[in-house]
Design a protein. Structure first.
Lengths: 725, 670
């Protein structure tokens, strides 16, 4: 990388006698073993990071020495390491535009005004770009923090941290030692519209508490918190504080503590809420609020605050932890640099970091952050679309414009007019066109296999349960699982001593009654005869009944098929009561897959002829056992009954069922049932030996299409499924 | 009192011009700016201008019968209107009619309708495109009085000092009759004399002179922000300054109105390099260093140790070269050689001086001093030097005395300078391909004014040769042939070197000729005056920078007028057109022909590979001259080279603009 010593603009600053503004503070910080000097203006909260040589230069500017003299001194002191004229100009101009530098030149009002206007315009632009994160400044929280600090002071220490850890652990133990499945059950009550008002208030209060954490810890270590306000985070108001003065803290642990302060406070609140939640009765409003606090802090900690890939708390903690300042900005620069260096062949661009390990971190982080950003964009957009269609579309269009078309426009502008490219423009333009063309071919023209996925369950059309017909001891079992039986074949033989004795009693009663009747006839006592006759009938009936029950002692196969699901031989010697299931007799030749699919997933099923769809089945237990499908039938009407429990959440599947249905088979939304019959292998059903009720992965291969078409199709289907137009 | 008032005005205007900074539009704003301009000036169209000119023409007969006294009355009436700023369309037309009549009476030249149209376009701050030979000087003189009345001071920019002086003297009668005085800024004027000229309402001068004076003013004024305090700081000039000394205030009393002759040349071609004011360093012990660097550089071999990029004037050291440098500098005692980067920079600079700067092209060695040749006008620029040790490296290379490095104290780009004028208009012969840039950067529209008389120039087909030698032979042959008919000939070359080649060849042929180049441009006026005579042969470098009207003698006209031979193409097509435009002016007969070779600088710098390929393909086919299809291809090649060159210049200009804005925005104070 070429660094020319001289700059044509040196005359503009050479005889100036600037100095850092008197109230500017400089702190030392160490990043990855290197010393840096952070220049901080506490009144405007502006920062600038200097390397030791630049710091040496800046500190030699005392208002009496000219820039040229200071530069000459730096040259003799540092030789090649000394900044060049261009670098000095850049350095001074940045310090100057950050208002960190005062000069002997009379300040030019017009220039100051322009700078102020530009800053305002820039802020506005940032707001416009991040419509999802709109900021409104409210007031200076300093008096509040000054008042609260003595109260919280004892907790803001290592002991406080230990106490915090104990609280969290205790709360976790309490929650998970109880019936923690209720945690999942509570999910429904959160969205009950009657609670929304309370929840909104709770959310804002919780986030305010979070920000208080940042502010207090920042104050605790001597920083200033000059501003707080509210941010519209995905249309939800969330408070914020400006604790950026902590960037000047010399210790990275202190900086991290300020960054983590919000989460520490929020999790403490969540822990307290959890303890209240555990010990309050169901249905109380306080319980719901506590539940909400727990869930919100958990979700926001994982999705936003704790996540280093977004510019929230986790990002700053992470950047301090790995000691890479300006992580986001520099990682983007490093990606740009890589492209410029290796794709466009711009050899004299300066890499954003000269340290190899740091460069790796920057690149990896840059890629990860980019992927995450796209992912988050899709998720949020879909969420908002489902909530409020028009707003969602506008938001998506806006964000896509800002994140996608904006950068592309800028890129084209860069390509066409950047001075960096002066001698490489032809190559850069050609490379870009080639890449764009390759992308178009790959995405828009090249047909690629189109796979859709679903979950199903192994099921059968012909299936009968075998149940015990009468109570008794199992004497013998005649079949084992897998045995082929015909209808009427005995499966189990039971014995019932009770039945025997009951039969004897009934038979004795019958004999008695017959004798009674003969006696009445002989006495010609008609009423007595009638009584006896009734007795006979009753006894006869009881006997018939018992005979039927005896016949039930031999449990027979209700249909042709195979014994599955339970092993009857295990029952031998046991006393079992009537109605208890023994096993299933299943017609294995008709084993098939039943799948449920929502509108988005199933829509194409009704659009394509069956012949065009090739499907394959992989059981969850053995994903390598592949079965192809011979026949596919979709029922084009929505169902609410879940065909099999194992498809529900509780059964390990993905379908939500209504918690108010005792059988847990009533689905939350209407789904389509799809039946797939496996192709026979050598005349045998390949799934015949698979356990019924096992879940399987289904993959449908649709006719090949370019990726773009596939994407559009999927988005279309998803929107149809989610959005109530 | 009056003088103090004038001084205050001057200071106020000078400081005010400083505040007028319009940053160049970027991105989509560029289009918005152009659209805005179009809407604002929508009524100024060629039909409208013609209508206005006809209306003026209708007033003229009435004025023609006025006595001198009556005309004077008319003049003072209209002058008052303009001084008070009360002029409307009607008053403007009357003003033009008056100046036209004055021009007729004083110089005998009455502006034609098309000239009035051009003047009207300029009055509305457009750039009038009028073909060369359509009387731009007279057009300027027609509009200048009105602008001078309206804006107090009018600067008319000409291409060189000679023209400034000639025009100022030639137009003085017109201006004097109108109660205006005019003067010309010349290189040799002392500051006090300059101040006197600048105080006049109409000032002729070259951009370099006026920009430099303005810059010196700005340096003098330093951090002054208001004229009130400034007056106190400077002291009361009338009492303090002795006679003959420059006034304490600014020389240039503000920038109020500008008229640019050859606007494309000044605003586009010359704007590639900003103007720099430098002063010698008081102490400089670097001369030995430059000599050492030159010695070290001579020990490196091209391709093995370094690669040279002639176009960008850049040298890169190879890996081996760097190793060799490290070996070489190890034996040098001076501390500066310990800093590797700086040492390599010095060696590279020395190599650049060696390869990319040639005597006779970029500079000339005169009286043991290296003097820069202006690449645009082909003139020697005394007292100018390259920056940051390049000049010293060239001096070391030429083994002349190494002077002290000069340091920049002020810098101004033409783009910025001309945008500081609230009113700026211009004339040009060839603005067509610069229209877009003039609109974008200067926010001036280009209006194409129709010609008065049809052009009677015979343009003969371009001839292209494989080698430069063959071209020179053909040029000589052509000169001999035309010379025999008695017609005057003008031969254009791009460098001093080339003009000397032609001169030598002509001497061999015993043809009497004159050479006009950077090294000998003292008798320019006489040379140009004689160039239109019978049998005259004039060899000139960069006539484009001279803008002179060659008057053709009547007997020469009868023989067929001036014959122009262009021996090399310039980077910009416009400059070629200007040169060819010397022939056949104002309906005179004339002819022009271009002789090019594939070894021309234009080809070797911009389309080297294609040029060599074409030369190889055609070798041995039909001698050294290209014909048929290869001629067509060669013409295309020249077009491509010109396109590339223009593109490069455009980039450099936008870079200048960008840097200007950056500095303005990011660096504190002036």
């Amino acid at each position: 990388m070429e660094r020319p010593t001289f700059s044509p603009f040196w005359h503009r600053i050479r005889s100036m006698k600037p100095r850092l503004r008197p109230h500017v503070q400089i702190t030392r910080q160490h990043y990855r073993g290197r010393r840096w000097h952070v220049v901080h203006d506490p009144t405007s909260n502006q920062f600038y990071r200097l390397n030791p040589v630049a710091h040496d230069f800046v500190s030699s500017l005392d208002g009496a020495r000219t820039v040229d003299d200071a530069w000459q001194q730096s040259l003799t002191r540092h030789g090649d390491a000394s900044p060049t004229q261009n670098e000095i100009i850049e350095l001074l101009s940045q310090l100057y535009s950050s208002n960190l530098l005062s000069t002997d030149a009379a300040p030019e009002t017009a220039q100051l005004l322009t700078r102020g206007k530009e800053r305002a315009a820039k802020r506005f632009k940032q707001q416009a770009i991040g419509l999802m994160y709109l900021r409104v400044k409210l007031f200076n929280p300093d008096p509040l923090l000054t008042f609260l600090l003595p109260i919280f002071r004892p907790f803001l220490s290592l002991w406080g941290l230990a106490a915090w850890a104990c609280l969290i652990i205790y709360a976790l133990v309490r929650v998970f030692s109880g019936d923690w499945t209720r945690l999942a059950a509570g999910l429904d009550s959160v969205v009950a519209p009657s609670n929304w008002g309370y929840l909104m208030v709770t959310f804002v209060a919780l986030k305010a508490w979070h920000e208080l954490g940042h502010g207090l810890i920042c104050r605790r270590f001597g920083g200033q918190v000059p501003e707080c306000g509210a941010m519209l985070l995905v249309l939800l108001p969330a408070p914020y504080v400006d604790a950026s003065s902590c960037w000047a803290f010399p210790s990275k642990w202190q900086r991290m503590a300020v960054g983590a302060g919000g989460m520490l406070f929020e999790l403490a609140a969540a822990a307290v809420a959890a303890l209240i939640w555990v010990s309050t009765p169901d249905g109380a409003l306080i319980k719901q609020i506590c539940y909400f606090v727990m869930i919100t802090s958990g979700v926001s900690t994982i999705l936003f605050n704790g996540n280093p890939l977004m510019r929230f708390d986790g990002y700053f903690i992470f950047a301090d932890l790995i000691e890479v300042p300006n992580l986001m900005q520099r990682s983007q620069k490093s990606l740009t640099w890589l492209v410029q260096r290796y794709i466009y062949g711009l050899k004299n661009q300066r890499p954003p970091s000269s340290v190899r390990s740091e460069m790796w971190i920057l690149v990896i982080y840059g890629v990860a952050a980019m992927i995450y950003r796209v992912f988050l964009f899709i998720v949020i957009t879909l969420y908002v679309l489902g909530l409020w269609f028009i707003v969602g579309v506008l938001l998506a269009a806006w964000t896509a414009g800002m994140w996608f078309f904006g950068p592309i426009g800028k890129f084209i502008h860069w390509l066409s007019s950047s001075s960096q490219l002066v001698d490489h423009r032809a190559r850069a333009v050609l490379t870009s066109i080639a890449m764009a063309a390759a992308l178009v071919v790959l995405v828009g023209l090249l047909p690629l296999p189109d796979y859709r996925r679903a979950r199903g369950v192994i099921d059968t059309a012909g299936k009968s349960g075998v149940f015990i017909g009468t109570d008794g001891f199992v004497e013998a079992a005649h079949v084992r699982p897998g045995d082929l039986v015909k209808a009427g074949d005995p499966l189990l033989t039971l014995s019932s001593p009770e039945l025997d004795s009951n039969e004897n009693i009934a038979r004795a009663r019958l004999t008695d009654a017959v004798l009674e009747r003969s006696e009445a006839y002989s006495k010609d006592d008609a009423p007595a005869a009638a009584v006896a006759q009734r007795k006979i009938e009753a006894a006869q009936q009881q006997l018939d009944d018992l005979t039927f029950r005896r016949s039930q002692l031999i449990v027979r196969a209700p249909r042709d098929g195979t014994v599955v699901a339970a092993d009857p031989t295990l029952l031998v010697g046991a006393y079992i009561t009537r109605g208890k299931p023994v096993c299933l007799i299943v017609d294995l030749t008709t084993v098939r897959i039943t799948a449920v699919m929502n509108q988005a997933e199933a829509a194409w099923l009704f659009e394509l002829p069956e012949a065009d769809i090739a499907a394959e089945i992989r059981p969850v237990s053995d994903p390598f056992a592949l079965t192809s499908v011979a026949h596919l039938r979709a029922i084009p009407a929505g169902q609410r009954d879940l065909p099999h429990e194992s498809l529900s959440f509780a059964g390990g599947g993905e379908v939500e069922v209504r918690p108010d249905d005792p059988a847990r088979r009533r689905m939350k939304s209407e789904l389509f049932n799809v039946y797939l019959e496996p192709a026979m292998v050598d005349g045998v059903n390949p799934l015949a030996s698979a356990p019924l009720g096992q879940r399987v992965h289904l993959r449908f291969a649709l006719p090949s299409k370019p990726i773009l078409d596939q994407l559009i199709d999927r988005i279309n289907k998803t929107l149809q499924g989610r959005v109530n137009l | 009192m009056l003088q103090a008032n004038t001084q205050y005005q001057a200071l106020y205007q000078s400081l005010a011009s400083r505040q007028r900074r319009t940053p160049a539009a970027t991105g989509l704003d560029k289009f918005a700016v152009v659209a805005q301009l179009r809407i604002r000036q929508r009524r100024i169209t060629v039909p409208w201008l013609r209508h206005q000119a006809e209306l003026i023409d209708r007033i003229s007969p009435e004025l023609r019968h006025h006595t001198d006294a009556a005309l004077s009355q008319r003049i003072s009436d209209i002058r008052e209107v303009f001084l008070r700023g009360r002029q409307d369309d009607e008053a403007v037309r009357r003003g033009f009619a008056v100046t036209r009549e004055v021009a007729r009476r004083e110089t005998g030249e009455e502006p034609y309708l098309v000239q009035l149209m051009g003047a009207m376009a300029m009055y509305h701050s457009c750039i009038a495109e009028m073909l060369t030979g359509e009387g731009k000087t007279l057009t300027a003189a027609t509009v200048a009085p009105l602008l001078a009345w309206e804006h107090r001071h009018l600067h008319i920019f000409t291409v060189n000092d000679y023209l400034a002086k000639r025009d100022a003297e030639g137009r003085t009668p017109i201006f004097a009759r109108l109660g205006l005085r005019c003067g010309a800024i010349q290189q040799e004027l002392q500051p006090a004399e300059r101040a006197a000229v600048y105080a006049l309402p109409i000032v002729y001068g070259t951009p370099k002179q006026i920009v430099a004076d303005y810059l010196r003013d700005q340096i003098k004024l330093g951090n002054m922000t208001s004229a009130w305090t400034g007056m106190r700081e400077l002291g009361n000039g009338s009492m303090a300054s002795p006679a003959g000394a420059p006034p304490p205030g600014p020389l240039v009393p503000g920038l109020t109105a500008a008229m640019v002759d050859e606007a494309d040349g000044v605003l586009i071609d010359e704007a590639v390099v900003p103007l720099i004011i430098a002063q010698s360093r008081k102490s400089d012990e670097m001369s030995d260093i430059y000599r050492t660097a030159s010695e070290l550089a001579s020990q490196l071999t091209i391709r093995e140790h370094y690669t040279a990029d002639l176009l960008r004037r850049k040298v890169e050291l190879t890996r081996q070269g760097k190793a060799r440098c490290a070996e070489l500098i190890a034996s040098c005692p001076a501390p500066i050689w310990r800093a590797t980067r700086r040492a390599e920079e010095l060696i590279r600079q020395s190599l650049v001086a060696r390869h990319c700067y040639n005597a006779g092209r970029q500079y000339a060695v005169i009286d043991g001093r290296v003097q820069i040749i202006d690449e645009f006008t082909g003139r020697i620029m005394p007292d100018r030097s390259w920056e940051h040790g390049l000049h010293q490296a060239v001096e070391a290379k030429e083994s002349v005395e190494v002077t002290a490095d000069r340091e920049t104290i002020a810098r101004m780009s033409f783009q910025r300078f001309f945008r500081m004028y609230p009113l700026m208009c211009g004339m040009t012969g060839t603005a067509a391909d610069a229209t877009g840039e003039l609109q974008r950067v200067f926010q001036r529209r280009v209006i194409v004014i129709p010609t008065n008389r049809p052009v009677a120039r015979n343009e003969m087909p371009t001839r292209i040769f494989r080698t430069a030698a063959a071209r020179w032979d053909a040029v000589t042959a052509a000169i001999v042939q035309v010379h025999a008919t008695g017609r005057p000939i003008l031969v254009g070359t791009r460098s001093v070197e080339a003009s000397e080649i032609v001169s030598r060849a002509l001497t061999d042929q015993n043809i009497d000729h004159r050479v006009l180049n950077a090294v000998q441009d003292k008798e320019e006026a006489t040379l140009v005056a004689k160039a239109g005579q019978l049998h005259a042969v004039t060899v000139a470098t960069n006539m484009a920078g001279r803008g002179t009207d060659i008057k053709i003698m009547p007997e020469a006209k009868k023989k067929g007028g001036l014959h122009v031979i262009l021996t090399e193409m310039h980077a910009a097509r416009r400059i070629d057109r200007q040169f060819i435009g010397r022939a056949g002016r104002q309906g005179d007969p004339g002819s022009a022909q271009s002789f090019l070779s594939l070894q021309d600088e234009l080809i070797t710098l911009y389309t080297k590979r294609l040029g060599t390929a074409l030369a190889n393909l055609t070798s041995g086919a039909s001698g050294d001259e290209l014909s048929g299809r290869s001629l067509v291809w060669a013409k295309r090649l020249f077009k491509l080279a010109q396109a590339r060159a223009q593109h490069r210049d455009r980039n450099m200009r936008s870079e200048v603009l960008r840097q200007d804005d950056w500095v303005e925005k990011h660096l504190p104070g002036m």
